[in-house]
Design a protein around this ligand. Structure first.
Ligand SMILES: [Zn+2]
Length: 283
């Protein structure tokens, strides 16, 4: 099956992107979850016949809780073969002193230490041969801008490209970091991120972190905002600033899709086409 599937799950105020490559590799970028329904349980039921399995890779853009909420469950049920994360951002502190928060931080810190071996090239998802011809580039955070008090500064940018379709996944990258990356053509980002199909908006689409130069470079057809109704964002503002090239979906011109309104958003790329479907049921 020559299909690449990319799913942006509706995980409240958090982020979880599921990539299923044409050769069946299962990769997650971040593992945010609804607080009352485990995303890992959903993935096991839907893609692993209800059983436990192992992920081919987990990429943690940065270890803020909304991006690693279901990590304890992931370790129990879908232990990843490869873990990409900004090692320097650890150890992390729990957000609050409750058992749930303490466990998340504890598991994340232990996981960071346990994956201290070099990644074997045979498992490396950044080699297209291993992932069905998908090009995956992980652009790490800018060392000069890192700040332990703000874990967002450790966010990476991930570029996925397959058969002419390009997805740019950001973490919660601050505006300054994105500006730096563009101005310095960091890791060749200006070419790699240029003219994308889909952008996963930085920092859940917060307009205060909107970086115009970055957005103009990415120039996406559609922007996905992973968010839920929280106080610091208004959807109108986000859809205005993240207005890319646009696409007609079901008779409507769309520029921004949000998990809060559209639910989980699924992109399937096969036979030179990219199809989009949304699902407002739970996950
Ligand atoms: Zn976040």
């Amino acid at each position: 099956m020559n299909e690449l599937k990319i799913i942006f799950y509706d995980v409240e105020h958090g982020s979880c992107t599921h990539i299923i490559t044409p050769n069946g590799k299962q990769i997650l970028v971040d593992v945010g979850s609804k607080s009352d329904k485990s995303i890992v349980d959903y993935i096991c039921n839907r893609y692993f016949n209800g059983r436990n399995g192992s992920l081919d890779a987990l990429i943690i853009t940065h270890p803020h809780e909304d991006h690693i909420y279901d990590l304890p469950r992931l370790l129990e049920r879908l232990y990843p073969k490869v873990l990409y994360r900004p090692t320097e951002a650890f150890d992390i502190e729990p957000l609050q002193r409750t058992p749930v928060h303490i466990k998340i931080a504890d598991v994340a810190n232990r996981m960071n230490v346990s994956y201290n071996n070099p990644i074997q090239s045979t498992e490396n998802i950044c080699n297209p041969q291993n992932v069905g011809g998908v090009n995956i580039l992980i652009i790490p955070f800018v060392p000069q801008l890192q700040n332990k008090k703000d874990l967002n500064t450790y966010s990476s940018v991930i570029v996925l490209e397959y058969k002419g379709f390009k997805f740019i996944l950001t973490g919660d990258n601050p505006k300054d970091q994105l500006q730096y990356m563009i101005e310095n053509n960091y890791y060749g980002i200006k070419l790699f991120a240029k003219d994308a199909t889909i952008l996963l908006a930085p920092h859940h689409g917060r307009t205060g972190e909107f970086c115009n130069d970055f957005f103009r470079c990415v120039n996406p057809i559609l922007t996905v905002v992973s968010d839920k109704s929280v106080g610091h964002i208004t959807p109108e503002e986000s859809s205005n600033v993240y207005r890319g090239r646009g696409a007609n979906l079901h008779g409507r011109n769309r520029y921004v899709l949000t998990t809060r309104n559209d639910g989980s958003i699924v992109f399937s790329i096969t036979d030179g086409h990219c199809t989009i479907s949304t699902n407002t049921e739970n996950y």
